[in-house]
Design a protein around this ligand. Structure first.
Ligand code: FAD
Length: 279
């Protein structure tokens, strides 16, 4: 089987306990030889220093770390400042997003879409940064039509993205169709599926409602039927997500990007079950 590139996503912890837990998670996942880890960024300033601090912590652990950066609600000057700080710290990999305005924050900012942020980064920093962008196999919830969303994705790649990470999904067909359509429109960069391990039913339904990812009915009903039986949820979730990953890898996905929620166990077990040689 051809080697596959793994990456893991974290969020900036808010407490000392969270920082220590993430340090341990980073150490465990490093054993899987990931290509990089990434750290989310809160639009509107909530976790911006936390993003940089967490990235630096991961780099200290010997991991390549990519901060996310969102443009909504920001001025070009503030983005320029953040990008400059990343560069000063030797960061060369970034996930460029539009983000979502926190409720109550009215100002859209100077860059309206992720494609504009990618163009801005390229104009200010040339090829310094390796840029990832987001892709939506089930389409972005605010997209006017699937076609326009796909065209907007193509625009981000044309603006200079090096590769893409998808929103999570549990329907492999949606991913493969999306990749096919993007290829037909000339996109040749890797489109890496985002994988959300299943460990908690109510949390999964809440996240999915917010980001527009579909949890197929057969999965939701089975999970719901387990009630508070955490072990049954864990076992079923591992089976479902490992099966999805097996298919993705077998049918040509270039890598797997895990939404870890700062825990190592589920992502690590899935990778071990897959028995993948990593790149
Ligand atoms: P865009 O690509 O700008 O698209 C947003 C919407 O605008 C889409 O509906 C698109 O079709 C439409 N659109 C784009 N261009 C145009 C145009 N020119 N004209 C008209 N319509 C257009 N959020 C965070 O706040 N922090 C994070 O760290 C974070 N990390 C993420 C990581 C990944 C891998 C993914 C998949 C999502 C992440 N998100 C994060 C969530 C993301 O910010 C939201 O999904 C957000 O709503 C869209 O961001 P985007 O970069 O995909 O936006």
């Amino acid at each position: 089987m051809k080697p596959i590139e793994l990456s893991f996503e974290f969020f900036p912890p808010k407490t000392q306990e969270g920082i220590e837990k993430l340090r341990a998670t980073g150490a465990q996942l490093k054993a899987l030889n990931p290509k990089f880890v990434s750290v989310t960024f809160g639009a509107g300033g909530s976790t911006q220093q936390g993003t940089l601090d967490t990235v630096l912590e991961m780099m200290k652990q010997g991991l390549e770390a990519a901060p996310h950066l969102s443009c909504i609600g920001s001025s070009k000057d503030s983005l320029r400042g953040i990008l400059g700080a990343y560069r000063e710290h030797g960061i060369r990999h970034i996930v460029a997003l539009r983000g979502d305005l926190p409720s109550g924050m009215g100002e859209v900012g100077e860059l309206r879409y992720a494609s504009e942020l990618v163009s801005f980064i390229r104009a200010e920093h040339g090829d310094w940064f390796n840029i990832e962008v987001a892709a939506y196999p089930e389409y972005h919830p605010q997209a006017r039509t699937p076609k326009s969303d796909l065209e907007n994705f193509v625009r981000k790649v044309q603006a200079g993205a090096n590769s893409a990470i998808t929103q999570y999904f549990y329907n492999g067909d949606a991913y493969f169709r999306f990749v096919d359509e993007a290829r037909k429109l000339g996109v040749d960069v890797p489109i890496v599926p985002g994988i959300m391990p299943i460990t908690n039913f109510s949390q999964l339904m809440r996240f999915s409602e917010m980001c527009g990812a579909e949890v197929p009915k057969w999965i939701a009903r089975r999970l719901e039927s387990f009630g508070d039986d955490k072990e049954a949820i864990r076992a079923f979730g591992l089976d479902v997500v490992t099966g999805l990953c097996e298919r993705l890898v077998r049918e040509g996905a270039p890598g797997l990007h895990f939404y870890t929620l700062n825990g190592a166990a589920a992502s690590k077990t899935i990778c071990e079950r897959l028995g993948l040689p990593t790149a």
